[in-house]
Design a binder for this molecule. Structure first.
Ligand SMILES: Nc1nc2c(c(=O)[nH]1)N[C@@H](CN(C=O)c1ccc(C(=O)N[C@@H](CCC(=O)O)C(=O)O)cc1)CN2
Ligand SMILES: NCC(=O)N[C@@H]1O[C@H](COP(=O)([O-])[O-])[C@@H](O)[C@H]1O
Length: 223
């Protein structure tokens, strides 16, 4: 029986070290899956270099650079309108590539329903890597916020998770969660490095888990 491969599309905004972890795991820790494309929203994202080296097609698609929002726009209604238009076009773009799974690996843009609803209707799952425990430090700068709270004696540790993506930021169902202790005397940079090394493991574990579920679902459909 032919095994249907899970088609993975990755979205990133920066360095792409988690994207690299996924690339390196394809064919071993992540079986029956292939990365069909990378989409970035920052032109200087090093993740694009990683895609080039790996022979993975990539493209840059940005809210301002591609004409959806005027540079420096401050009007909230215009911003909402431009984000909705960007989301709708991005959704159609992604759907045309026919991924089974979208992995947000340091994708620093909040999707609205104009993206989420069409992608969901197309049966495409979206998962996100976030450097915090469920319900803790939603949004950006999660590691530095946890570091500050540890320094202030408010927490003893933090963690990371991979979760399904829903409209409410970082509140989707967790897939995998890993607690990470904070250490006295550790610098923010040292904590960030330690967390990133755990992330590279967790993102691969989560991608493998979801890709397997997708494969099984596709095999059932072909029977
Ligand atoms: N609808 C959802 N969109 C996204 C989710 C999600 O759970 N639901 N996860 C994020 C990833 N993320 C945290 O894990 C995150 C990334 C970025 C932001 C944010 O505030 N972005 C700002 C721009 C910030 C910047 O450019 O530096 C914005 O979108 O205006 C919050 C959370 C991905 N999307
Ligand atoms: N809220 C989302 C968020 O903070 N994501 C974080 O961006 C970094 C991307 O690193 P990378 O570009 O080296 O993969 C990772 O630490 C990831 O958890």
């Amino acid at each position: 029986m032919s095994t249907e491969s899970c088609r993975i599309l990755v979205m990133a905004s920066g360095n792409g070290s988690n994207f690299q972890a996924i690339i390196d795991a394809i064919g071993n820790k992540i079986s029956g899956a292939n990365i069909i494309r990378l989409i970035v929203n920052r032109s200087n994202a090093y993740a694009t270099q990683r895609a080039e080296k790996a022979g993975i097609p990539w493209e840059y698609f940005n809210l301002v650079s591609h004409g959806f929002q005027a540079k420096g726009e401050k009007d909230s209604d215009k911003i909402r309108e431009s984000r909705d238009k960007y989301d709708a076009v991005l959704a159609q773009k992604v759907i045309e590539y026919k991924p089974d799974l979208i992995i947000l690996a340091g994708w620093m843009y909040v999707f609205g329903r104009q993206f989420l609803d069409p992608v969901d209707a197309a049966g495409i799952k979206i998962i996100n890597l976030h450097p915090a425990l469920p319900g803790q430090y939603d949004g950006t700068n999660a590691i530095s916020r946890a570091f500050d709270d540890f320094q202030a004696g408010k927490i003893k540790g933090t963690g990371i998770m991979v979760h399904y993506v829903i409209a409410q930021v970082d509140r989707g169902e967790p897939i995998l969660v890993r607690e990470i202790e904070c250490r006295e005397g550790e610098t923010l940079h040292e904590l960030e490095d330690r967390i990133h090394s755990h992330e590279h493991e967790l993102i691969v574990e989560a991608a493998a888990k979801v890709a397997k579920e997708v494969q099984e679902r596709k095999q059932i459909k072909t029977q």
